[in-house]
Design a protein around this ligand. Sequence first.
Ligand code: F3S
Length: 424
Amino acid sequence: MKLTQEEKDILNGSQGETMAKIMKTVVDFGDVFGAKKLVPITHASHFVTSFGIGLLKPLFRTMDEIISAGIKTKEPFTVDPRPIDYKNVKCGLLNKLIFSKIMYKEQKRYEEQLKKIGLKDEKGFTCTSYFEEVGNLPKYGDILGWAESSAVVYANSVIGARCNRNSGMLDLFSAIIGKVPEFGLLTDEGRKADWIIDIQTSKLPEAQILGSAIGLKVMEDVPYIKGLDKFLGTELNDDVKSYLKDFGAASASNGSVALYHVGGLTPEAKEQGKKLIKKDAKVYTITDKELDRVYKSYPILWKNLNAKPKLCFIGCPHLSMSQLKVWATNIINNLKINNRKKVTVRTILTTSPQIADEFRNTELYKKLQKTGVKVSSICPLMYTNNPIAGSKPIITSSNKLRTYSSSRFYKNDDILRIITGGNK
Ligand code: F3S
């Protein structure tokens, strides 16, 4: 990689040994991917590692070294959700012991470390940092060094920012250096589509299943989706952005999509149209039948397939305000229809801390509280990813949570029916 004199100096220790090691890691990473140079990051970072899991000893050691050297990130950053919230997501004594003494015993220490190197604020814990309420919202063309897969795919596709799918710690190091290697999705060529996805369904596909189908088919390639604007329209309003958030997270976790274009809707597709599609692009046609096939292919990892669900998580990635209100309203209305006061499965709606606080001041929240539903800002995956919580029959409407845990996936309408005790 061709480095500037200043970059070479840092590599040779002009800003101390720790900065030299950080620079070396970022440069080595770029070299592996054939990058020619480093380019400046133009917007604040977002980190994927939010959990003080005891096993991550090298991370905590590195953070200590960074702090001792007096190094901070160039801009205040946000980070993925916390793993625990005892107030709103209660757990048994044994589970609590496992969380506090084994799994997340370094949580407090790690959060202190994050604060010292530049965490935005106490509420900076969410995977949806790009929500306006959260305030870490890049703009079109920004260069980013993020790693959280659901945020990377959103930033690239819906905002038109440029970000590779980095890893944990590389997001930290590039936020300190203020630069990332230029390759892949940072280049015009890397943003061209390898696939045409032809939507031939009779209605708007469920975002989580469409994202899953495309992710499973294209893996890390870039898809250009044709025919979705017929259902979603051509404006990126709140509902459409929420749909694309869930769709993208499913494509990034069921495959490893980091950028998609939706014809007539997402910024680059609107700007460049079919010029974004490579000449030899493959075609994948999505029909109702194909989505049904994908849905039915999901393995069910519960020990007892007929178990009654014990816990339900909705909001992975975190719900937008409009989604939260729709879920709350639907739950309240459906309980009324089913002649019930409380949900039949312990249900947690997860959203960013800022949205949760705003929502807790509404009349709708007061009504929702009476149903037994809780609102939290944890990461459901971090909560379920241990032998005790993981052995429970958990249901979810998130295809990401399904993929990385033993939670069972249901479509939105089915989840609503199950948690409100409906028969149909
Ligand atoms: Fe967000 Fe955790 Fe899901 S980081 S996307 S809530 S797995």
